[in-house]
Design a protein around this ligand. Structure first.
Ligand code: PLP
Length: 432
């Protein structure tokens, strides 16, 4: 397909957007999704949309529950007992991993707890390097794990300070590694606010050069950006499946553990991480699975995992490389239109301009970002506001087309040019 780049200014007319849609090999994918009536949905990095495939997978499991009840654990097709492992196997190619390294279980926050805790124990508890632009739950969980080991987070949770308040450079991480004795580097693959895609292989190498482990929160990249965790030597990773993977609200999370850590003890052990072959012998000694499966904790929440089976059919049918190609084309187009149509109205692009350093969303900065987001929502354009000044626009390649991006930019222009945002109240605090 034609990939516009932010350097060659694309024509800013609707006709050109239609041409891009006509040339889009993934255009038909959106037929599989339910877009809420009258909405333009630019929020797929918060909660991906429901596909017919995901809904059918959930219905199938509900039917199995009705027909088989307890026998569903063994007699459902596929059985429920191995659901975490099986969905992990299906997800492994998306992160460039052998099947045994990936499992679906718990939530992302719980997976940070168990993996960081386990790695701290295995590596000799010490210091974790994060950054000051992280999603908050990462810091909460790591600080709690440090405290449980008698380590003061004020001393042992070190945050790289972003120089520009938007991005974290590999150089800044290198400087922090020189200054502190770090045991685990834990970074996002994509920053949730600015959308910067960090250089995961370079950070992994740096961590290893400093005798530290490299772990990643890949919530904003899995399903829209390809990864090669095995090849890059990443130690561990966690991610959500309800964002670009469209697994449904609160869907189970994914985790990756490099095979060289298959023998470490889970910090949050539970019977679902037991060796499956002997789990029902009900012995009190814990014999963990000999792969990433050991990091599961309790019974797999079957109904929260079921839609992911259908959702993964969609991702695999499209192909992660094609999804990335379309995603880059969409964000390049959005950045170019923002420069052309919005820059004179106080908007600026807070996301890296190099597409290789960009995830699936674009941060549009504006002093009135909050009220602009409210005005967009009033027009059925679903975006996220992220304090203090970001309108986060995520054109998911699964169901957003170029013409929709074009219309959203025209609405952004109208709302600022005609001060439509003044019709909305300023932010009053609390939940946004
Ligand atoms: C980067 C990142 N990590 C973690 C989470 C949340 O994880 P959980 O599913 O445990 O709530 C989010 C949610 O948006 C996120 O953006």
């Amino acid at each position: 397909m034609t990939t516009p780049t932010a350097d060659d200014t694309p024509p800013a007319d609707r006709e050109y957007a239609r041409e891009l849609d006509a040339a889009d090999p993934l255009a038909d994918l959106r037929e599989r999704f339910v877009v809420p009536e009258g909405e333009r949905y630019m929020d797929g990095n918060s909660l991906g949309l429901c596909s017919a495939d995901a809904a059918a997978a959930l219905d199938r499991v509900v039917d199995e529950w009705k027909e088989l009840a307890i026998r569903g654990w063994t007699d459902a097709d596929p059985d429920w007992f191995h659901m975490g492992e099986r969905l992990g196997d299906r997800m492994a190619p998306l992160v460039g991993a052998r099947a045994e390294s990936v499992v679906v279980g718990n939530s992302t926050t719980v997976n940070i707890h168990t993996l960081v805790g386990s790695m701290l124990d295995a590596h000799g508890a010490g210091t974790v390097l994060v950054n000051d632009l992280d999603f908050p739950t990462d810091h909460y969980a790591i600080a709690a794990q440090l405290r449980q080991r008698g380590l003061d987070p004020d001393e042992h949770l070190v945050a790289v300070e972003s120089g520009d308040g938007r991005t974290v450079t590999t150089e800044e991480i290198a400087t922090a590694l020189e200054a502190h004795d770090v045991d685990i580097v834990f970074m996002p693959t994509v920053l949730y606010r600015s959308g910067q895609l960090l250089d995961v292989p370079a950070i992994t190498d740096l961590a290893h050069e400093h005798d530290a482990l490299a772990g990643f929160d890949a919530a904003h990249s899995v399903g829209v950006v390809p990864h090669e965790f095995d090849e890059w030597g990443v130690d561990f990773a966690v991610w959500c499946t309800y964002k670009y993977l469209n697994g449904g609200p609160g869907a189970l999370a994914g985790l990756y553990v490099n095979e060289r850590h298959f023998d470490i003890d889970p910090a949050l052990a539970g019977w679902w991480g037991h060796d499956k072959a002997t789990q029902f012998e009900m012995r009190h000694e814990f014999t963990p699975a000999d792969d990433a499966g050991r990091f599961q904790i309790g019974t797999v929440p079957v109904l929260s995992a079921a839609p992911l089976d259908g959702a993964l059919d969609v991702t695999h049918a499209a192909g992660i490389e094609a999804l990335r190609e379309k995603s880059v084309a969409l964000t390049e187009y959005l950045v170019a239109l923002a420069d052309e149509r919005l820059a004179d109205l106080g908007y600026s692009v807070g996301t890296p301009r190099n597409p290789d350093r960009r995830g699936g969303h674009v941060a549009l900065e504006h002093p009135e970002a909050y009220r602009i987001s409210e005005a967009l929502k009033d027009r059925g354009i679903v975006v996220d506001y992220r304090p203090p000044n970001v309108v986060r626009v995520a054109p998911s390649p699964y169901y957003v087309g170029f013409e929709t991006v074009w219309t959203v930019v025209e609405d952004l222009r109208d709302i600022a040019e005609n001060e439509v945002f003044t019709e909305f109240d300023r932010q009053s605090g609390g939940v946004t």
